[in-house]
Design a protein around this ligand. Structure first.
Ligand SMILES: [Zn+2]
Length: 440
């Protein structure tokens, strides 16, 4: 199916233009001016933006093995509803994606089920370097290294081994940067405290110093690394300061949850905001915004990590870490950014152009002739109400969001993935159209 989107404000790498866009055989065939000979179904775009589909380089879609929390089908579909057209999935599944065989099996499984384009990270253990050496840089976005334990049982604490990875990995290393020993020490220190009396206990058990010391160490080691290093979910102001002097081979991310909330919100939200690393102070949150705006933090990834509502309602120690981010992403970003005077282009830089540049994603991203037509039609003046927990209107399988009760600004009207209309006016269309991402 071919499409013509008429009279729309198109966000391109060289700025905003008002005009038409033509999708032919899955790709952008004309942008700005469409030839008279163009044929396709027409969608009116007046008053709306046409922007490139967001690229989320950090998701947990839970397949394989944790499908009660979500599957590639359900979570990639929720992602599309929020304006995401490409997702990179993490390996801490059950079993984890730590062998070439499991990685290939997962790629095969996902290929028929993903509404977004997809790429799968590989997980580092302290023993699988021989397999890491064989990873294909055109197909694998990176090796995930957990320097501290989180969901799942992947953990690498041997510093010499990390140095070896920094010499030998054929693909980018992406780090969960917290220092395990400091987390253990904090657990010993706060062991006697009842969580009911201390709403921000999670921030004390996973304290800022654990992040800061780990990132300080990583930046020092990365100076000699021949492999590019990406640091996930930055949460502290001090890490932003450290990152201002980062080596050129290092990039860094923060996530919407850390931009929206702080540890002061635990008393209201309880374990719904329990995630790793923990939320930090509101002063830290301000520094994250500053880091994003000045470009020290180049990428926003969601860390979409669904858990069942019943799991999150358990007492503190048993409530799992992580929260869903998908279903409402673009309105959420737009609403947060607008309050700070940021335009839609700001988020396109953080969630499209920066990922394309850092990961050297081929033929995707910018709305320009020849690229795959991954695009979002967005109505900035409409609203997106987020349903109550467990309401049937949620997109994510777990059917809750920490945003429940919010009325977000802006509304995703239509989403094309590889030129296929996948979402229109609140409904999903057709079949999953995602393709594997190719890296240059
Ligand atoms: Zn994560």
């Amino acid at each position: 199916m071919n499409w013509i989107i008429r009279e729309v404000r198109i966000l391109t790498p060289s700025g905003e233009i008002e005009g038409d866009a033509w999708i032919r055989e899955g790709r952008w065939a004309a942008v700005g001016q469409v030839p008279d000979s163009a044929r396709g179904l027409t969608i009116e775009g007046k008053g709306r933006y046409l922007l490139p589909g967001l690229i989320d380089t950090h998701v947990h879609f839970r397949d394989l093995g944790l499908s009660h929390k979500g599957t590639f089908y359900t979570e990639s579909r929720a992602a599309v509803a929020g304006g995401v057209t490409t997702a990179f999935d993490m390996p801490n599944t059950s079993p984890p994606t730590t062998t070439l065989r499991r990685w290939e099996e997962k790629m095969h499984y996902v290929s028929q089920r993903s509404w977004t384009n997809y790429a799968l990270y590989f997980g580092a253990t302290e023993h699988n370097l021989p397999e890491i050496r064989l990873l294909d840089p055109h197909r694998v976005p990176g090796v995930k290294v957990f320097l501290a334990s989180s969901t799942g049982d992947l953990l690498v604490t041997d510093e010499a081994y990390v140095r070896q990875l920094m010499k030998e990995s054929p693909v980018r290393l992406v780090f969960h940067s917290e220092k395990e020993s400091l987390i253990r020490a904090a657990h010993a220190q706060w062991a006697e405290v009842e969580w009911e009396t201390m709403p921000d206990l999670h921030t004390r058990l996973r304290p800022p110093e654990a992040c800061i010391e780990s990132t300080r160490w990583l930046l020092r080691e990365a100076t000699d690394s021949s492999v590019p290093v990406h640091i996930l979910h930055i949460t502290t102001g001090e890490e932003v300061q450290l990152l201002r002097h980062r080596p050129a081979s290092v990039s860094a991310e923060t996530c919407p949850i850390y931009l929206q909330w702080s540890s002061e919100d635990f008393s209201t939200y309880k374990h719904l905001l329990k995630c790793n690393p923990a939320l930090k102070s509101s002063a830290d949150r301000e520094m994250l915004w500053q880091g994003l705006i000045e470009g020290t933090l180049e990428v926003v990834g969601t860390d979409h990590a669904p858990h069942l509502w019943t799991e999150k309602m358990r007492p503190y120690p048993e409530a799992p870490s992580g929260a869903p981010a998908h279903g409402y992403l673009l309105p959420w970003l737009w609403t947060m950014g607008r309050a700070r005077g940021l335009s839609l282009s700001f988020w396109v830089e953080k969630m499209v152009y920066a990922p394309v540049r850092i990961w050297r994603i081929k033929e995707r991203g910018a709305i320009q002739e020849g690229n795959w037509a991954d695009g979002v039609l967005f109505a900035p003046e409409e609203e997106t109400p987020v349903p109550a927990p467990l309401a049937p209107q949620h997109y994510s399988r777990v059917a809750w969001s920490p945003l429940s009760g919010f009325t977000l600004q802006g509304r995703v009207k239509a989403v094309w993935v590889n030129g296929q209309l996948s979402f229109y006016n609140g409904y999903f269309h057709g079949a999953p159209a995602g393709q594997p991402v190719v890296f240059g």
